[in-house]
Each structure stands twice: as structure tokens, then as C-alpha cells.
Design a protein around this ligand. Structure first.
Ligand code: KG4
Ligand code: ZN
Length: 348
């Protein structure tokens, strides 16, 4: 089966065509970074308007790249949750229009399930290289950070083993970058600067070291205090702060992921979500997994950040399982993945 996937949950307009064996026939992403950068973060109304402008050309480009027509598709998948509701609605309305006109099934996808399954995507001709179920996955993005045991490719087969109690990891990267006067999005910029900095220069404390739950807002506050106490940081000193912050954040994530896999006695770990594009996190997970005889499956950076190929793949797995949605499919800001970790401070 072959499905068109549409992604408009945040600040990337994406369309992709993917086969049920994970082969990506086309994958087009139009980034809105330039539209949001002057504001230092994503402006929801600007995002919706950019999606309206970009969605049709992006879908046409995906069809052209795959050399396919809408008539030859088996279904239309679209991100329905979680995300900015106004942004999601653009993709959903377009997907409904295309599916209705072409008489194809409409498949709503949870964006986070897309991130969890991105590891199954591959190029035509590339050998399949993906984990067997069950695996343990770290999903670390701009809006969500959690570790899951994944027993099958559906939300009900995912168990949350621990999540952040406050900020998402990507949110922490973006806020720290802002504190240091760096551009948006902050993650890639911190990654670049950290490579030049001395990670041992600023001893930030690791939050919640003995739990699978996480906290990133305290770490961000440690950086804020340091910046307050050290005004007029030189560019080299900013590199050192970036390296020290990144060391603490990625060590926490990698340690917890491997600890979770060992607790679950699972032999494969998977990374997903924008923060999984981070070079130090990828290196740490590989090294630590190897130390404990665990296989690490890490998608290329372009499949960690938002894309429509992961949405098309999550959609095609639903279609193969005999599932699809009705015309009442709507947008919601909440994920369908089960939650356990309570938000906020205090005992559980
Ligand atoms: O998955 P994603 O593209 O969108 C969401 O679903 O949120 O994740 C975006 C987040 C942003 O916070 C961005 O700063 C972060 O991922 N990110 C990174 C890197 N690349 C993107 N964080 C750290 N290092 C990177 N190289
Ligand atoms: Zn995402």
C-alpha cells in the first residue's frame, strides 16, 4: 500500500509518499523558520497562514517527486494531534478535501507515533535496518519528552516509562539559546557551538538523576542564574556554556533511555523527535548502548525533526491494520499516547 502523508502540526509544512515497507518515494518539507525567527519562536497565527500558502505546492511537489497521481494512492494520512490546533486544521481540511474528491480513506495520525516510527523509514534500495518489537524509545522534541516501551506500532501498545515533569528537552534548548542571545531554533545552534566549547567549564547539576522521570526547567534556571552572574560573556564563553548545558541535558536523556531498556530487559533502543538530531545525544546513546549489549537505532537527523514521511508511514501501518477515520476527524492539542508522569513539582 502507498499513502500520502501531510504534516502541519507546528512550523514545517510537509508532504510525503511512503510505501508500507517503509520505503520513502518522496519527502518534501517547507520550513517556516524564516517567518518565525524575527519573533524568537513559533507564532501560531503566522504558522497557520504559512501552511495555507505552502500546503498545495508542497503536496504537488511530493506527487511529482514520486511520479504518482492522487488516483494511484491507497490513502491520505494527516497529523491530527498533538500540535497547534489552527496549524493542524489546515492539514486536516486539505487531507479531507483530497480524500473526499479522490474517494480514498482518510487516516488521522498522532504526530508522536510518527516520531516513534520514523526509524522504520528507508530509501528505495536501502536494506531494512530497524528494531524488532518490543523496543524502548526516547521521544524528545520541542513540545514533548518521554521514554516509552513500544510493543507494537499503535498508541495503545506504547507504555510511558517516564516523562518530563515540566519543560520538554527541545524547549530547554530553545530557551537556553534565547538566554544566551542565540537565534531560533536554539537546538541546532547550541549543538554547533557546543562542539567548540569546553563542557567541563560550568558544572551544571543533573536534574532527577535516580528516576526515569525528567525535569528540564531547573537546568534552564541554572543557566539563567549563570548568565545573570556573568554578564558580557565572550563568544568563547558562550560556547563553553552551550557545551556544559548540552553535556548535562544529553547525559540525562541517554542515561535514562539505557536504564529504561535495562529495566525492561529490552535489547533495542530507538531515538525520535527533533532533539534526537543532536550530535552529542546520538554519540552518547550509541556508546552507552554498546557498553550494555543493546542495539541503538537512530534515524538520520532529517527524519528526527518534523517531516511528513513519518506521518505517511504511521498512516500506512494503520491502513494495513484495517483502520481509518471518518469525515468527523478533527484536531486536538493532546497526544493519544498514554501518560503517567504528573506535571509540576511535588510527590506523586
Ligand atoms: O520534533 P521537532 O522538529 O518538532 C516538534 O515536534 O516539536 O523538534 C523541534 C525541537 C526544537 O526545540 C529544536 O530546537 C530541537 O528540536 N532540535 C535540536 C536539534 N535540532 C532540533 N535540539 C538539540 N540539538 C539539535 N541538533
Ligand atoms: Zn515533532
Amino acid at each position: 500500500m502507498i499513502v500520502l502523508g501531510i504534516e502541519t502540526s507546528c512550523d514545517e509544512t510537509g508532504a510525503a509518499i511512503v510505501r508500507d515497507d517503509g520505503v520513502v518515494l518522496s519527502d518534501v518539507v517547507e520550513s517556516q523558520i524564516a517567518s518565525h525567527a524575527p519573533f524568537g519562536g513559533v507564532v501560531p497565527e503566522v504558522a497557520s497562514r504559512d501552511h495555507v500558502k505552502n500546503i498545495a505546492p508542497v503536496i504537488r511537489a511530493a506527487l511529482a517527486e514520486a511520479k504518482m497521481s492522487i488516483a494511484s494512492l491507497d490513502g491520505i494520512a494527516v497529523t491530527a494531534r498533538p500540535g497547534l490546533v489552527g496549524a493542524l486544521l489546515v492539514g486536516i481540511q486539505v487531507a479531507k478535501g483530497v480524500a473526499f474528491a479522490a474517494e480514498k480513506p482518510l487516516i488521522g495520525v498522532d504526530h508522536l507515533v510518527g516520531h516513534l516510527l520514523a526509524v522504520f523509514l528507508r530509501a528505495e534500495g536501502a536494506a531494512p535496518l530497524h528494531p524488532e518489537f518490543p523496543f524502548v524509545a526516547l521521544l524528545a522534541s520541542g513540545g514533548h519528552t518521554a521514554i516509552y516501551r513500544v510493543d507494537a506500532p499503535s498508541p495503545s501498545a506504547c507504555t510511558e516509562l517516564g516523562a518530563t515533569r515540566d519543560d520538554a528537552a527541545g524547549e530547554a534548548f530553545d530557551k537556553v539559546a534565547k538566554l544566551l542571545g542565540l537565534g531560533y531554533p536554539g537546538g541546532p545552534e547550541i549543538d554547533r557551538r557546543a562542539a567548540r566549547g569546553d563542557a567541563l567549564r560550568v558544572p551544571f547539576k543533573t536534574p532527577m538523576p535516580s528516576s526515569l522521570e525528567m525535569s528540564f526547567s531547573g537546568l534552564k534556571t541554572q543557566v539563567a542564574r549563570y548568565v545573570e552572574a556573568h554578564p558580557n560573556l565572550t563568544s568563547e564563553q558562550i560556547d563553553d556554556v552551550c557545551a556544559s548545558f548540552q553535556l548535562t541535558a544529553t547525559k540525562t536523556l541517554a542515561d535514562k533511555l539505557i536504564a529504561a531498556a535495562r529495566e525492561e530487559n529490552v535489547k533495542a533502543v530507538v531515538l525520535g523527535g527533533g532533539v534526537s538530531a543532536n550530535s552529542e545525544l546520538r554519540r552518547r546513546v550509541h556508546d552507552l548502548a554498546e557498553k550494555y549489549g543493546i542495539s541503538a537505532f537512530v534515524p538520520p537527523p532529517s527524519r528526527c525533526t518534523d517531516n511528513a514521511a513519518m506521518i505517511a508511514y504511521a498512516g500506512v501501518t494503520r491502513l494495513v491494520a484495517g483502520e481509518h477515520d471518518g469525515w468527523n476527524l478533527t484536531a486536538t492539542s493532546q497526544t493519544s499516547l498514554p501518560r503517567k508522569t504528573r506535571k509540576g513539582r511535588g510527590s506523586r
